[in-house]
Design a protein around this ligand. Structure first.
Ligand code: NDP
Length: 447
């Protein structure tokens, strides 16, 4: 069978075995479409059916999460953890609390995570989890009761050498704290079972900043390779959560100017440059909507609808909110407005049509599995510090992060060169990530 027929048959199986999981199909297709040359060069992967095993999660756990709201009503949500691939180490990947969460989203994120973790060069397999719970508008006590119930079930399946969850959309320091407390109470052990912990109890410096900083480090490297830098560039960012805030902070440090941010209701445009302290106060302290920013910044405008953020003229676009938020039309608008580079802070924020538009126009495009790998990389460093019972300085953790991001850029770039698609960082990231996992799977026999 030719490499292309193998890929086609694996993809057809994915469609028929995982009906209704559009995001998972999309993520798998994007990866499979770039692996033809790899299979041709490595027939041993085809003989050992690596691809078929690679798209099937090792374990999927779905569970009921009962909890009580402040009014005394009983509530029920659906929790899940997909332990996707452990060829390179224990499962590692975040938990997402958002009403849109269902198995198709968790599987797409877990699948991407396997390749992303491979790219970091650290010993981590891939997994992801979450729940259709919406933390928005809930009291701290409600969030705590929910997290305790969620962990009461999840704790049977995870452990510091088995599966180490972290945060994602809707799961920040507060939620990690409540879940860690419950794990410790039930298992009677203080271990690095979650990352993104508080600094006083096992967290790593730079973890909070890591995804946003890492995104900017890798984009800076890509810009440098094209003879450019962030200095003087206008940057459009979507989202106003963890990734967006710290990408903005690092861009400011490198002399660029962030002119937009958004949330799921709408976006702000501040041509003077976003006042980051004001956004941090709004989002992290007051937990308010981004709309409020325009009320206190008279040069800024607020518009309803989050995708309008891509109509703002910019040099670099960094989608940092959620999957499929930047489509073909938005990409065309960005290109016609002179955008030269785009990096995915979020997971799969650009639709396949959007990616095609960018690549055809020669826009530097770095996919999420490489561009946002900084978060899980510092999570890996947090695990290393926990095992050693040590805490590194900010400078050491930041230097390690930067080094990892620069190495990822080099690896995806040289994989693209080696497989005849120079400058295609989507293919480069998929190939570089996949080969390491495939070799480990081969070496470990039929598992
Ligand atoms: P946060 O919950 O901190 O922030 C998410 C931001 O995106 C918020 O501004 C939110 O707005 C917005 N958003 C969420 N859903 C939607 C939607 N459906 N449409 C428009 N906007 C939306 O999450 P993070 O910053 O941690 O994560 C953002 C992205 O980055 C996700 O794709 C995540 O998987 C990815 N990522 C995160 C990492 C991390 O370390 N945190 C690591 C690697 C990837 P609102 O407040 O209105 O919901």
């Amino acid at each position: 069978m030719s490499a292309n027929s193998v890929i086609q048959s694996v993809y057809e199986q994915v469609l028929s075995r995982n009906p209704g999981e559009a995001e998972f199909h999309q993520a798998v297709k994007e990866v499979l479409d770039t692996l033809g040359a790899v299979l041709e060069k490595n027939p041993q992967y085809v003989e050992a059916n690596i691809l078929e095993r690679f798209v099937e999660p090792e374990r999927q756990i779905i569970f009921r999460v009962p909890w009580q709201d402040d009014a005394g009503n009983y509530q029920v949500n659906r929790g899940m953890r997909v332990e996707f691939n452990s060829a390179l180490g224990p499962y590692k990947g975040g938990l997402r609390f958002h009403p849109s969460v269902y198995l198709g989203i968790v599987k797409f994120l877990g699948f991407e995570q396997v390749l992303k973790n491979s790219l970091t060069g650290l010993m981590m397999g891939g997994g992801k989890g979450g729940c259709d719970f919406d933390p928005k508008g809930k009291s701290d006590n409600e969030v705590m009761r929910f997290c305790q119930s969620f962990m009461t079930e999840l704790c049977r399946h995870i452990g510091p050498d088995t599966d180490i969850p972290a945060g994602d959309i809707g799961v920040g320091g507060r939620e990690i704290g409540y879940m860690f407390g419950q794990y410790k109470r039930i298992r009677n052990e203080f271990t690095g079972v979650l990352t993104g912990k508080g600094l006083e109890w096992g967290g790593s410096l730079v973890r909070t900043e890591a995804t946003g900083y890492g995104l900017v480090y890798i984009m800076d490297e890509a810009l440098k390779a094209a003879g450019k830098s962030f200095k003087g560039l206008n940057v459009a960012i979507s989202g106003s959560g963890n990734v967006a805030l710290f990408a903005c902070e690092k861009i400011n440090q490198l002399g660029g100017k962030v002119i937009t941010m958004s949330d799921s209701n709408g976006f702000i445009h501040d041509p003077n440059g976003i006042d980051l302290d004001a956004v941090k106060q709004l989002k992290l302290v007051e937990r308010k909507r981004i709309k409020e920013y325009a009320a206190t910044h008279k040069n800024a405008t607020y518009s309803d609808g989050c995708t309008g953020v891509w109509t703002v003229k910019c040099d670099v676009a960094l989608p940092c909110a959620t999957q499929n938020e930047l489509d073909g039309e938005s990409a065309k608008t960005l290109v016609s407005n002179g955008c030269i580079a785009s990096g995915e802070g979020a997971n799969m924020p650009t639709t396949p049509e959007g990616v095609e538009v960018f690549q055809k126009a020669g826009v530097i495009f770095i996919p999420g599995k490489a561009a946002n790998a900084g978060g899980v990389a510092v999570s890996g460093l947090e695990m290393a510090q926990n095992s050693q019972r040590l805490s590194w300085t900010f400078e050491k953790a930041d230097a390690e992060l930067k080094n990892i991001m620069v190495t990822i850029y080099k690896n995806i770039s040289s994989a693209a060169d080696e497989y005849g698609c120079a400058g295609d960082f989507v293919a480069g990231a998929n190939i570089a990530g996949f080969i390491k996992v495939a070799n480990a799977m081969l070496a470990q026999g039929l598992v």
